[in-house]
Design a protein around this ligand. Structure first.
Ligand SMILES: [Zn+2]
Length: 461
């Protein structure tokens, strides 16, 4: 099944227990399964960040508009998107669309000497964007994310740091979410306002549209200068080099759209809100006792759910599939008699009889099997929909045919050329430059400038 953002998608996430609409437009509720999923994501990222020495902090939601106006580029990039609220005595406050301003004001007060550097901070919070068209998890007026903000003494350190963060995001999308990535740097027109360079991790969804999943920005010392973040080094005023980087609940949308099928949600075992569903085929004392022992052996090891015995087993199986339980264990009289378990994986329909003594080994092997299955499926989708386009004429004909997917083209990465492109080829955009080496032999396909970069064009959310 190819999922699009319509009724099918909404019923999948609602029936799977990971999403519920709330009162205000574009808002969402995370029910227990949804919040559990988000927590698994947070756990992976937090562990990875802490290995780099990154510390968690929390900054508030409100930003006075006067502070927000300080960085003009920054404001322009966000001005159509923020919520303005009235504060005490008519003061005007912004609900943070991102926290650069808050962090830099704080940095300017706290930084005194290079000995405090690097400052490596991350915060988990909600942010607010005024969005015209909202789509559950993909585009919301309030959503959850993590945003990292760092200061470094030397440029080289900041650039090295960015590479490490970029690797964490790639690992996260490829190996934790099991989604094939598209990675590179953003074009002049697509990079974050005020950034020297923006690196992006994106994916191609089965409907052949791109989704941006994580970005890493390098600011050089531009933001430090604007916000007067500086320190004394041998009686010389120095401005630290800074970065910011983030990923959000969008990842949940990417998971659903990449992996689900007609029966419901599918997750990689490692992050699945329910890793194992335990379903009794009948209700009797023997089965109850056998199940109790199994449940005890799972506590603290897996996220499992024992389905209600009052419902029929077939209904419980359907519900477990909707919730994306990675494994289902079915227990009936035969299983008890033979010290066995009937197990089936969410990714296929096969029922496998497993000896009770082999169960943990079987689960371990299944985890890998599920991950490989999902990764291969996602990779295949990307490969089948990637097109190398070597001329403008070729691109034009693909565009007129309404072809969708990833188009690899030669592009000059000048703002002027990009603006003309975007107006002409709605709804396409440059997703990223995949190779930052200047190609002097090949000219830009769109303006004939005598150099180019290999870049990716696609439709995107
Ligand atoms: Zn060009």
């Amino acid at each position: 099944m190819m999922l699009t953002i319509d009724k099918d998608y909404i019923s999948l996430i609602e029936e799977g227990g990971i999403f519920s609409y709330s009162l205000a437009r574009g808002n969402f509720i995370l029910p227990p399964n949804g919040f559990s999923l988000w927590n698994q994501i947070r756990t992976f990222l937090n562990n990875s960040f802490s290995k780099l020495g990154i510390q968690e902090v929390y900054l508030p939601t409100f930003i006075p508009i006067s502070s927000f106006n300080k960085e003009k580029n920054h404001l322009e990039g966000f001005s159509p998107e923020f919520f303005l609220v009235r504060g005490y005595k008519g003061s005007e406050l912004i609900l943070r669309p991102t926290s650069e301003v808050l962090f830099y004001e704080w940095f300017s007060k706290t930084l005194k000497t290079y000995r405090q550097l690097p400052m490596l901070y991350n915060q988990w919070c909600q942010v607010f964007r005024m969005e015209k068209n909202t789509k559950p998890f993909l585009r919301n007026t309030e959503f959850l994310w993590q945003e990292g903000h760092t200061l470094h003494h030397k440029e080289k350190e900041a650039i090295e740091f960015i590479k490490d963060i970029f690797e964490i995001y790639k690992e996260y999308v490829e190996n934790i979410l099991c989604i094939s990535t598209i990675v590179g740097s953003k074009t002049q027109g697509e990079k974050f306002a005020g950034a020297i360079e923006t690196y992006t991790v994106e994916c191609l969804l089965p409907d052949r549209q791109c989704l941006q999943m994580a970005t890493v920005h390098y600011f050089s010392n531009n933001f430090s200068k604007v916000f007067k973040v500086n320190f004394n080094d041998n009686n010389k005023l120095e401005f630290p080099y800074s970065t910011s980087w983030g990923s959000s609940t969008r990842s949940i949308g990417a998971l659903v759209l990449s992996h689900s099928d007609n029966n419901g949600l599918i997750f990689p075992f490692q992050i699945s809100p329910i890793q194992i569903a335990i379903i009794k085929h009948k209700k009797n004392l023997k089965i109850d006792n056998y199940t109790d022992l199994l449940v005890k052996s799972f506590i603290g090891k897996y996220r499992f759910k024992l389905y209600e015995q009052s419902s029929q087993a077939s209904i419980n199986i359907k519900n477990a599939d909707k919730e994306g339980s990675a494994l289902k264990i079915i227990i009936g009289n035969n299983e008890v008699e033979n010290e066995e378990l009937s197990v089936s994986l969410r990714i296929n329909k096969n029922k496998i009889i497993v000896k009770k003594s082999d169960l943990f080994k079987f689960i371990k092997e299944s985890e890998l099997k599920i991950a490989n299955f999902l990764k291969n499926k996602s990779l295949k989708n990307k490969e089948e929909n990637t097109f190398f386009v070597n001329s403008y004429e070729k691109f034009l004909s693909l565009y007129n045919e309404n072809k969708q997917g990833l188009f690899i083209v030669q592009f000059c990465n000048t703002l002027k050329c990009e603006i003309i492109f975007k107006k002409k080829f709605i709804p396409f955009s440059f997703r990223c430059i995949i190779n930052k080496e200047i190609n002097k032999d090949k000219s830009c396909m769109f303006c004939n400038e005598s150099f180019s970069y290999s870049s990716i064009i696609a439709r995107s959310y």
